[in-house]
Design a protein around this ligand. Structure first.
Ligand SMILES: *[C@@H]1O[C@H](CO)[C@@H](O)[C@H](O)[C@H]1NC(C)=O
Ligand SMILES: *[C@@H]1O[C@H](CO)[C@@H](O)[C@H](O)[C@H]1NC(C)=O
Length: 434
């Protein structure tokens, strides 16, 4: 009797256990079903977007890579821009043969058409531009900017668009997303999203966009684009407010050919002095000095060194790409980093209206900038002699190792996005070129 009661007790305990197990299992199955089908339908939606005939399978494939490197969820505009990045260069009918030893020119721009017009005009007078490829990298999508580039007939030209620009996302990261902290919000108290920078400020999408664009562009040009991922020579980088003199390309060819022999510590060649207010010394010598950010060019070896420092670049709390390079990346090379240039500038920075002020209210400032740009006869032909000695500027003032940054780059999401740009063309199986 006692035995059978015990038996019955054990039986009911077992039954209860089975019941609990069953409910748990069913719940788990239900969850898997819901989330599983959800992700399938997301892929289906992406597949059904109008992404053209260059292969939804390629996009499906990219999607897997995208998830592996944790890129943000794209919207339709972002997908379209990525598709545009695969369009081959224009004007290849006019210039069917690019020079073997060409220096590719990359012009990176945002939305100042009144500036861009000046730069494009100046490029049209550059001797030798017709033997190379011009790539225009846009931070966002702006019709006025496209129109100017579409008018170019003087060389092969290709436009690319940063598909993860904050300007492309109106309602989600990398743009502003609902629930984001602002200014000096207390994330825990306000239950908002974001990490403040070293000065207590939260991210501003407009401000972080420049560093994101620069880093996306570098990675894309060197490692992503079909047209340049195997380019073995130098690439020149200029901005939408850099006036380029007619002799810039020829001078750069001389500088890049002399660099190795004349200045082993030179990683780059520059069109302009690092002091943006200087037009050069006009000595009969070459100049080696700290890296400047007007018209700089380097080769793939140097890019690999920079790319190896992706963590330093992406985690440094400064929203300026150039200050980030000076304060963390170059010092981490372990050797002095110089650039070689001529004694007379071949490019001038003329922008006076800041990038973040928008346009419209600042239309006047271009005129005053333009007044000063005179192209004299020595600027029309190459003016560098290969038998000149190199004058080295040592210990120039400026940002260097130890500077802790101006902030603006404290949000984990920005840092991760930045790192994703550095890995997106390197993940296993990422063979489909842009
Ligand atoms: C490029 O322009 C120069 C004149 O600056 C001309 O002599 C040359 O033939 C042109 N080359 C090509 C490939 O169009
Ligand atoms: C690229 O430039 C660096 C620095 O001048 C030089 O050491 C290196 O040999 C160059 N690489 C190639 C492939 O020419």
């Amino acid at each position: 009797m006692a035995a059978s009661k015990k038996h019955r007790l054990r039986d009911s305990a077992l039954r209860r256990l089975l019941y609990v197990l069953c409910v748990t299992l069913c719940g788990a199955l239900l969850l898997i079903f819901i989330f599983g089908s959800n992700s399938i339908s997301r892929i289906e939606i992406i597949r059904n977007l109008d992404i053209g005939d260059d292969g939804s399978s390629a996009y499906h494939y990219d999607l897997k890579v995208r998830e592996r490197v944790k890129l943000p969820k794209q919207n339709e505009l972002s997908f379209r821009l990525e598709k545009l990045n695969r369009v081959p260069p224009r004007n290849s009918d006019l210039y069917p043969n690019l020079a073997k030893d060409r220096i590719v020119v990359v012009l990176y721009v945002h939305n100042r058409p009144q500036y861009l017009r000046v730069v494009v005009d100046s490029l049209s007078n550059v001797v030798g531009i017709n033997e190379t490829l011009l790539i225009v990298s846009h931070d966002g999508y702006f019709e006025d900017m496209n129109k100017i580039i579409d008018g170019i007939r003087f060389c092969q030209v290709k436009q690319i668009y940063a598909p993860y620009s904050p300007h492309v996302f109106s309602n989600s990261f990398p743009g502003v997303s609902p629930g984001d902290c602002k200014d000096k919000d207390d994330a825990r108290g306000k239950r908002c999203k974001g990490n403040p920078d070293q000065y207590g400020n939260h991210r501003s999408p407009k401000i972080v966009s420049l560093k994101h664009h620069w880093w996306w562009m570098m990675n894309t040009v060197w490692d992503g684009l079909r047209e340049t991922r195997e380019h073995s020579g130098h690439i020149l980088f200029i901005e939408e407010d850099h006036f380029i003199f007619p002799n810039a390309y020829q001078n750069l060819q001389i500088l890049t050919s002399l660099k190795h022999k004349k200045c082993p510590d030179c990683y780059a060649a520059n069109l302009a002095p690092s002091d943006v207010n200087s037009r050069g010394e006009e000595w009969a010598s070459l100049i080696a000095e700290r890296m400047g950010n007007v018209g700089y060019s380097f080769n793939r070896t140097v890019w690999r060194k920079i790319h190896n420092k992706a963590r330093e670049f992406c985690f440094f709390d400064d929203y300026n790409w150039d200050i980030t390079m000076w304060a963390t990346v170059y010092p981490s090379f372990g050797r002095p980093v110089y650039t070689l240039r001529g004694p007379r500038t071949s490019a001038v920075h003329f922008g006076k209206c800041g990038l973040h002020q928008g346009q419209g209210e600042n239309k006047a400032c271009i005129d005053s900038g333009m007044m000063n740009i005179r192209v004299d006869d020595p600027d029309k032909v190459s003016n560098i002699e290969s038998d000149w000695v190199v004058h080295v500027y040592k210990n120039q003032p400026g940002y260097k190792a130890g500077f802790k940054g101006w902030g603006g780059w404290g949000d984990d999401r920005d840092r991760r996005l930045c790192l994703s740009f550095a890995t997106m063309y390197h993940s296993r199986g990422t063979t489909s070129p842009l």
